[in-house]
Design a protein around this ligand. Structure first.
Ligand code: ATP
Ligand code: MG
Length: 278
């Protein structure tokens, strides 16, 4: 598996915004049929990294390679045309649009869907519903339904199915399960697995260690814009991953910080007597 050429590779990528250095010498490989989980505390640089991969930002230095050849993205559209799809939290879809309509937003008629120049509602609905049902989302059976009426998990799933339908090879998911309950998150993670089964490379950002461990083949932890750890499934325990995700702080550090905070708020941490209900 790892012997094959990665779909995407970053070599020593740095990104600065003016005087602010956000990413420092990032090197990473993402293979087809694998899920890379990108982990790290708030502000570690995860979103900046995927925006660089998605053509939103240009690297300040370093290289991005696709299928082994260096590429320069002129913008997000360029990255999209090369098969890099980004799905944002809440699916990035339009609540007041029908499922069929939203499925084809931004797809130029000449590129994606041949002969018909006018929007063919029935046909669009049919294609959209079939595409999402192929992903096992059988509850979506009417393309006229509004996207706003779907659950958060269904919207994410719709967005992922759409990206795959239009030929994405790399699927970037920035915290797709952040606002979801357990069942909905499980649903999205199943779709992630399905995308992987179809041979896509998936880059998943999450703050939830269980979600990462449920689908990840490969894990990279960012701390202050640099790769602090890069390991494969089974090489670290859940506790080790949790500590790494917290920017290298351990649970003991966290408990100490909470104690310290309470001490400054209240003068001292509450005693057991104070915590007992009256
Ligand atoms: N356009 C920008 N200009 C200046 N600084 C930026 C810009 N974009 C991001 N940063 C800074 O880069 C750092 C990393 O931000 P980024 O959004 O990539 O973090 P993140 O890991 O995605 O965090 P979170 O988990 O909170 O989403 C932050 O300190 C942020 O303020
Ligand atoms: Mg982010």
């Amino acid at each position: 598996m790892t012997a094959q050429t990665p779909i995407i590779e970053l070599r020593n990528v740095c990104k600065s915004f003016g005087p602010i250095d956000v990413l420092h010498g990032i090197s990473l490989k993402v293979h087809a049929g694998e899920v890379l989980c990108l982990l790290g505390d708030n502000g570690a640089g995860k979103s900046t990294l995927i925006k660089t991969l998605a053509g939103v930002h240009r690297p300040t230095s370093g290289e991005i390679l696709m299928d082994g050849a260096p590429v320069t993205f002129t913008g997000p559209r360029d990255a999209q045309d090369r098969g890099i799809a980004t799905v944002h939290q809440f699916g990035g879809t339009f609540p007041l649009m029908s499922i069929g309509r939203s499925f084809f937003v931004g797809v130029e008629p000449t590129k994606g869907w041949g002969p018909f120049k006018v929007f063919d509602r029935r046909k669009a609905n049919e294609i959209a519903v079939r595409a999402v049902r192929e992903f096992g989302i059988t509850r979506i059976d009417d393309g006229d339904r509004l996207v706003g009426g779907l659950s958060g998990g269904e919207r994410q799933s719709l967005a992922i199915a759409r990206a795959v339908h239009f030929g994405a090879r790399v699927l970037i998911l920035d915290e797709p399960t952040a606002a979801l309950g357990v069942k909905q998150a499980a649903h999205v993670l199943r779709i992630v697995n399905e995308a992987k089964r179809r041979g896509l490379a998936v880059i998943l950002i999450t703050h939830q260690v269980m979600h990462a461990m449920a689908v990840g083949d490969h894990f990279a932890v960012l701390i202050r814009g640099a790769i602090a750890a890069d390991f494969r499934k089974g090489e670290r325990t859940r506790e080790e991953i949790t500590d790494l995700m917290a920017g290298g702080e351990t649970m003991a550090d966290l408990e100490a910080a909470i104690e310290g905070h309470m001490a400054t708020q209240e003068g001292h941490p509450p005693t057991p007597a104070e915590l007992r209900p009256a």
